[in-house]
Every structure is written in C-alpha cells, then in structure tokens.
Write a protein that binds this ligand. Structure first.
Ligand SMILES: [Zn+2]
Length: 441
C-alpha cells in the first residue's frame, strides 16, 4: 500500500454523500464484502453451479450436474460466443436487469456480450478497492485529468448534462485522446498546471504522446501523485518517458469491457489479480497451468456476470505468472502482462515471434511519431508510419529495419511501408504497435 494520504475536497465529500444517498449503495455493500471477507467467499463455486444449472450451453454439457470443477469446463472464445450466443445466455434473462456491451478486440471485429447490473456494480466496487487500498485515493473525490478515447464513453461523458454534472462533481477534467492536436495538448498541460490533479488517468499511448510533447517543447508541468493507465498495454519505453516527465510512478490497471476489472499494479510493480471479481488462469500450449516465472495465455472467469457468465474466457493476452509480492497484499500476482496474443507473429514453420521484437526496431528513432507493424500474410508485413513533420526518414534506417524484419520473418518476406496521418485505432480507440492478421484471430 502507498502512503499517500486520502485527500477529499468539500466537493468530493458532497459527491460521496450524494452517491450514497442516491444510487450506488450497492457498491459500498460489495466494497465492505471485499475488505471484510477478501477471497474467502467461494464466488467461483457459486458461479459454476449457476452455469451448469441455468445456462443452456453448460447445462447440456454437464447434464445438469452441479458439481463440475473449473478445469472440466472448455475454453471459451469470441468465436464460440458468436456461435452459441443464446445458449450462453441465462435461461431467465427477462427477469434480470441486463444490457448489451461490446468489445472491439485487436482484429477490429466487435463482439457483443450480455452483462447484468451486478457485474457493473462489482466492477465499480473493485476499482474503488484498488484506488483506496493500492493508490490511497478516493477516486471520485479528488481532482483528476482524464485523457480517454472511447467514442461511446466520450459521447456520454461530453454530451449529456448529467455527465457534465458528474464531471463537475467528481472534478474530472476531460480530454479527448482521439484528437490530441498541438493545441489540445497545450490546453491539457495548462489544465494540469492550473488544476493540480491528484492523478492523470489515461490510455497508455495518449499520456505517452503528451509526455513526449512536454519533453520536446521543454514545457514545465505539475507533478501529480501518480499516472493511472488502462485499456492499452503500457510498454516499458513509454513508462520511462511518462515517469520522467511527470516525475511520478505509473500505475497500470488491467481490465476489459467483456471481463471488467481483472488486475492492478502495486507499488512494487506487480499486477495483483482481483480474485474476488475475476478468476485468472495462465495456461501453456496444452492448456496446462504454467509455473511461477513462466509465460502463458490468460483465461478469465468473470465471477459476477450471471446473465452471461464468461468461464475460462480466452481474452487474447499473454502474461507471466508471479509468486508472492513484497508489497504485503495477499491477492495473487501476475508478474507482468506481456502482450496480446495478436501481438505475436506466426512463422511458416509454426513458431511465434513476440511483437516486442518489432516494436524495438522503432525505438529511439526521432523520425517516428506513430507506427504499427502488421503481419498481413505469413510472408507479408505492412508498416504504418506517421513520421514527425520536421524529420526526414533516413534511408539507412529503413534498410536496417527491413533487414531485421527479414532475419525473423525470412528472406522472402515482403515489406510494405504506408505513410499515414494516423495509425488506425481499434473501434475503442486503442493504439496497437503490432498486429497479426494471421495468428490469434
Ligand atoms: Zn504487490
């Protein structure tokens, strides 16, 4: 736990009181449940019993028996959900408070999920837990600058009067990470200096862009207590620049629309799994659990979405399993999220190359503003490039990058450069550095 003191302003106190009185009483109930009982409640067992008795897909599979173990459940993915959407929905869905949500994914194919209110409430309670216990801050009650890019979230946040009121009450200063123009970034820096936020909440690439902008233009910027990043993977080179410019630590939060809050970074740099909200497995090639220090694919079981339980859902990310963490928090540890499965490129011989190999080729080159390396076919790679306006792309760098790509992809690999104004984002506005259209679709 950090030793930040929880600062609550008068406006924040008012908001918390209003929240308590009006809507989110349940969040507090779940929060108390988390802090009192921790992981001792068998949420997983209850969910599996629910699935085998009330969800047609699993009911049929287990013939209505209610004592199936997690490892007896098959792995779930987007294709299966698409093909068995109705069977994966609980049989009494009409009686529940449910809604549809969708997730873009790196291949840009949106997938719809059904979620219930309880799932959302648990997600909020989990985030509340993370902010209070890991960051020492009451999220809603302190000033914050937010750089967010989800079109839908943005629309809701920016347009409705209710959202504007909530932003005012929660002291949220909002910036659209979709259009971080020169002027917008200047305004953002001014706002940070004027409002002195306790933290900055942002997409990894947005706050990285902002940090680079501040550095390049030699601007001075107020140092918040921390930078909270989510929704994209925070690469080490990005973290380095952000922590240097804002003179504070980056805390990375791991979650997704379909699976909710999964894990959050502690002061020692480990990702702690919120095991009261999501059950996480990390598995190897034969779906066997990996050992501490080993890398594998992440399977998530959402513990509180009874409308459409995701059980052993292959979220598309890889991670290294961790041991005990020295920070003192007892929640299970992922040493680090190593990337999306689609970050990996597939070779003709079936081997996989980690996406980081390609991103490293673009580090420390001052002519690169944005880039994305895409494996189009087994032997075809496309490079989307946004060059910085002031620098010319040096031919020797191009030759070097192509040579290094061919070292791993093979001599006959075709490489195509595409100069663009902006690297294409996912439907949620996420920026990906590498993407394979061949592997992990
Ligand atoms: Zn820790």
């Amino acid at each position: 736990m950090n030793d930040f003191s929880v600062k609550i302003t008068a406006r924040g106190r008012f908001y918390l009181l209003a929240r308590k009185l009006v809507t989110l009483k349940k969040v507090d109930t779940y929060y108390r449940q988390i802090t009192k009982l921790g992981t001792s409640v068998d949420y997983l067992g209850a969910l599996l019993r629910h699935a085998t008795t009330r969800v047609p897909y699993y009911k049929k599979m287990f013939d209505g028996t209610s004592n199936a173990r997690l490892d007896q459940f098959p792995i779930l993915n987007k294709q299966i959900i698409k093909g068995h959407f109705d069977a994966l929905t609980v049989d009494d869905i009409e009686a529940r408070a449910w809604f549809k949500n969708s997730s873009g994914g790196s291949t840009g194919q949106p997938q719809t999920f059904i979620q219930d209110k309880d799932f959302v409430t648990w997600s909020i309670a989990t985030q509340t837990y993370y902010f209070r216990n890991f960051l020492g801050v009451e999220y809603a009650a302190v000033p914050k600058v937010v750089l967010w890019g989800s079109e839908r979230d943005l629309f809701v946040q920016a347009k409705s009067i209710k959202a504007m009121l909530v932003n005012w009450l929660t002291q949220t200063y909002f910036f659209n990470s979709f259009k971080m123009t020169h002027e917008e970034m200047l305004l953002c820096v001014k706002t940070i200096n004027k409002k002195r936020p306790v933290f900055i909440k942002a997409y990894a690439s947005s706050v990285y862009e902002l940090a680079k902008f501040i550095k390049e233009n030699k601007l001075s910027v107020y140092s918040p207590q921390f930078v909270y990043s989510s929704a994209e993977s925070m690469k080490p080179f990005m973290r380095e620049v952000i922590e240097e410019v804002f003179a504070c630590k980056v805390y990375d939060f791991y979650g997704s629309r379909e699976a909710g809050a999964i894990a959050g970074e502690c002061s020692r740099g480990s990702m702690h799994v919120f095991s009261f909200n999501s059950h996480v497995e990390i598995v190897g090639p034969q779906n066997n659990p990996v050992g501490v220090g080993e890398e594998g694919r992440i399977l998530v079981t959402t513990l509180h979405n009874y409308a459409m339980p995701l059980i052993r859902y292959e979220i598309g990310d890889t991670a290294v399993l961790g041991g005990r963490c020295e920070c003192g928090n007892e929640l299970p540890v992922i040493k680090r999220i190593t990337g999306r499965v689609t970050d990996h490129f597939l070779l003709k011989n079936g081997a996989l190359i980690h996406g980081e190999y390609f991103t490293h080729l673009f580090y420390f080159r001052d002519w690169v503003k944005e880039f994305q390396v895409v494996q189009e076919e087994l032997d075809k790679v496309q490079i989307f490039l946004v060059p910085t306006s002031t620098k010319k792309v040096p031919q020797e760098d191009v030759v070097e990058i192509e040579a290094k790509i061919r070292i791993v992809m093979g001599e006959d690999c075709r490489i195509e450069w595409k100069y663009v104004d902006a690297v294409p984002r996912t439907p949620q506005g996420k920026m990906l550095f590498t993407r394979s259209l061949v592997y992990g679709k």
